[in-house]
Design a protein around this ligand. Structure first.
Ligand code: SF4
Ligand code: FES
Length: 241
């Protein structure tokens, strides 16, 4: 069938304003949105810019807005949309547009790096590996599926209102290390997150959880960070008595 794609186009180096460009593509109901974008770029307009790599929901590079909802182009099929054969494709909100559907994710990765996304443990390494407690593994397992697609952060209304807020993806990664008993920087991590632009910035609006293409309970994980902060404060307070 023939599908019409209205695609956001903007080249800041050439265009004064963004505009939408229309393309008609032959597609099957089982084709991915990404397949159609590729077809447009390969067969009609090589100037169309978008990111994609794995085409299987692994690399996290093709998050975009499809008919008003944030999703991965490689995870959505033509038949998933009730709008029939008509599609509007836009870049992720929140981030500056580099060109067309490509946005500048530097601020996203800066916040991600700021939470120290690596295991901190200064003890001498054991002879074999550092074994993980199975209970910890179960707790952090959902967070391990994060592909850093930035959908949650783009969807979060707090992130849109407060540029300083760490955002759901960075908080989720902090959760992953906080609840891993092999990491010994828990207290420092909690102290760093105990601020309005940290864990307390989350107002449990759950938009992050709703858009996450990996089905991660992001809001729940952030709430567990807040609980851990409260518990630590209580424990520290008790220790001072
Ligand atoms: S938590 Fe989900 S939406 Fe957010 S970056 Fe990770 S995979 Fe993407
Ligand atoms: S292209 Fe890799 S997640 Fe879609």
């Amino acid at each position: 069938m023939q599908c019409r794609f209205m695609i956001y186009r903007f080249d800041p180096e050439k265009d004064a304003e963004p505009h939408y460009q229309s393309y008609v593509v032959e597609a099957e109901p089982t084709d991915k949105i990404l397949d159609c974008l590729n077809r447009i770029r390969w067969e009609q307009d090589a100037s169309l810019a978008f990111r994609a790599s794995c085409a299987h929901g692994i690399c996290g590079s093709d998050a975009m807005v499809i008919n008003g909802s944030i999703a991965l182009g490689c995870q959505k099929l033509i038949r998933d949309f009730k709008t029939g054969n008509s599609f509007v494709i836009e870049p992720l909100p929140l981030f500056k547009v580099v060109k067309d559907l490509v946005v500048d994710l530097d601020p996203f990765f800066e916040k991600y790096r700021s939470i120290k996304p690596f295991l901190i443990n200064d003890e001498p390494p054991p002879e074999t590996e550092r074994l993980q407690d199975p209970t910890d593994q179960k707790t952090i397992e959902p967070a391990l599926s994060c592909i850093l697609c930035a959908s949650c952060t783009a969807a979060c209304p707090i992130n849109r209102a407060d540029a300083e807020y760490l955002g759901p993806a960075a908080l989720l990664r902090a959760f992953r290390y906080l609840f891993d008993s092999r990491d010994s920087a828990g207290s420092e991590r909690l102290a760093e997150l105990d601020r309005e632009s940290g864990a307390w910035g989350c107002k449990t609006m759950r938009w992050c959880t709703e858009v996450c293409p990996k089905g991660i309970p992001v809001t729940k994980c952030i709430t567990r960070i807040k609980t851990a902060i409260r518990r630590k404060e209580k424990a520290d307070g008790d220790a001072h008595v």
